[in-house]
Write a protein that binds this ligand. Structure first.
Ligand code: GBH
Length: 458
């Protein structure tokens, strides 16, 4: 089992978060809904990928997942019991457009209307992500993220979504974690569709994703009605200075700007930097006139999914030096999730300092463990409670230092389909028994409930 780093932050234990701080929980359509082929939903790249031998742990599929498709009412009632007032969800593109473009599936639209109505009836504010990785397979068959066909189809999908739900939804998130559905999916190939492409095509997937972000912003501005707000959710590559001294902090700033140069860097600068283009050489993305007018439209906030980061210091040559993680460095059961609560502090502070983002939301933070089963109606996930406490302390330290963080969404409301790790890896504060679909709030759910209620770390 793992041990934890104490964040070591001295805080007034009674110190509260800012007034109107947004507390919430997050999930995504493909990971919880199930009903993968119900009422006209089309096949997504994850439906296909999960059926390829060896791609997903245990051969798990998204077919049933948490059956949220049929159980959303009970799930929202449970959220309400726990005091959840904000819920970040995503809409399934292939449920609305089974082939990506073409005919709209009205049953899919009706479903999300019922779902949003049920949520609002429980006093829960929706925060809706247009795209959380479930690309229609039919679009992948036409080139997926390497093709401009996907951009055109997304622009139409985004307009449809805002037109349909803009009366009920005021908080919009364009895309979830561009790196994952581009780099991890078309280069590292551990995520769907798992199709290796050339460096030039890979750079083009980033550019197409940026364009889709821009189309979603445009759709919200044009069709979202009064009070609509929109931003991207990015999983920036985060680093943390080994010592919080000027030299190491300067090294962290340099490292961070370089690692995020092609995504947040391009969005906030209004174009690709000469440095990035030089790095790409002949493989640079093709940019059409007007692309960056779309991509770099001002947004209302920046969403950050913060999980882990890399330690850096000022190297002997004056360049940032990455510190490799020793084998015994603490880690969750998710092998990539090294436990460094300072990711909350530096992840938000560097985004604010580097890009001038004036409203930040942590749109995901949480931890994956192979939790114990329920015993006498309880799951004592003290590890998750401790994770939360340590990470929120570092977030509060950032706020106390003037970083404009306006909200926090815990990943995840309930255990769900953890992509290539299947159902074994659990991120929920609510336990799901997949054989019976029974939900049981874990100890961490009660702990987080108290945090939300009291607006402070309890
Ligand atoms: C988020 O991704 C997702 O938005 C969410 O859907 C997901 O369930 C949640 O976090 C928990 O994972 O290259 O093989 O080492 C987190 C992003 C997931 C990206 C793990 C890097 C490493 C896989 N990260 N991934 S690997």
């Amino acid at each position: 089992m793992n041990h934890f780093l104490n964040s070591g932050v001295a805080l007034n234990p009674a110190g509260t978060f800012p007034q109107n701080f947004v507390w919430g929980v997050a999930a995504a359509a493909a990971q919880i809904e199930g009903a993968a082929f119900t009422e006209g939903k089309g096949e997504s790249i994850w439906d296909r990928f999960s059926r390829m031998p060896g791609k997903v742990h245990n051969g798990d599929t998204l077919d049933v997942a948490c059956d949220h498709y049929h159980r959303f009412k009970e799930d929202f009632a449970l959220m309400r019991q726990l005091g959840v007032k904000n819920y970040r969800l995503s809409i399934s593109w292939p449920r609305l457009y089974p082939t990506g473009d073409g005919a709209l599936n009205q049953a899919g639209v009706d479903y999300y209307h019922r779902l949003l109505d049920a949520m609002v009836a429980e006093g829960i504010t929706p925060w809706v992500t247009f795209f959380h990785w479930d690309l229609p397979q039919a679009l992948e068959d036409r080139g997926g993220w390497t093709s401009a066909v996907t951009v055109k189809a997304f622009a139409n999908y985004a307009e449809t979504v805002v037109k349909a739900f803009g009366g009920k939804v005021k908080n919009w998130i364009t895309l979830n974690e561009i790196r994952c559905f581009t780099w991890l999916s078309y280069d590292v190939c551990v995520q769907a569709p798992g199709r290796k492409v050339s460096p030039a095509e890979l750079n083009q997937t980033y550019h197409h994703a940026l364009l889709c972000h821009g189309h979603a912003v445009r759709a919200v501005r044009q069709l979202g009605g009064p009070g609509a707000r929109v931003g991207l959710t990015d999983n920036s590559t985060i680093c943390m200075p080994v010592t919080e001294t000027p030299a190491d902090i300067a090294a962290a700033r340099t490292w961070y700007a370089e690692k995020n140069i092609h995504l947040l860097g391009a969005i906030y600068a209004g174009g690709y930097s000469p440095k990035y283009l030089a790095r790409c050489g002949a493989d640079a993305p093709r940019v059409e006139e007007g692309d960056f007018a779309l991509i770099s439209q001002p947004t209302d906030f920046l969403g950050l999914n913060l999980y882990t980061g890399t330690f850096v210091r000022a190297g002997a040559d004056g360049r940032p030096q990455e510190i490799p993680l020793p084998v015994h460095y603490p880690v969750a059961d998710s092998p990539w999730l090294h436990l460094a609560p300072q990711v909350m502090y530096w992840g938000t502070r560097l985004a604010h300092e580097t890009y001038g983002a004036t409203s930040l939301y942590v749109t995901e933070n949480g931890c994956g463990y192979n939790d114990e089963p329920v015993v006498n109606g309880e799951v004592f996930d003290l590890h998750r409670r401790d994770y939360l406490r340590g990470h929120l302390r570092e977030l509060q330290r950032a706020i106390n230092d003037g970083v404009p963080v306006d909200g926090y969404f815990l990943w995840s409301f309930m255990d769900n389909f953890e992509w290539q790790d299947g159902y074994e890896r659990r991120f929920g504060i609510v336990h799901v028994d997949y054989a019976t679909q029974k939900r049981t709030p874990k100890l961490s759910a009660h702990y987080y409930s108290a945090i939300m209620r009291e607006n402070r770390i309890v």
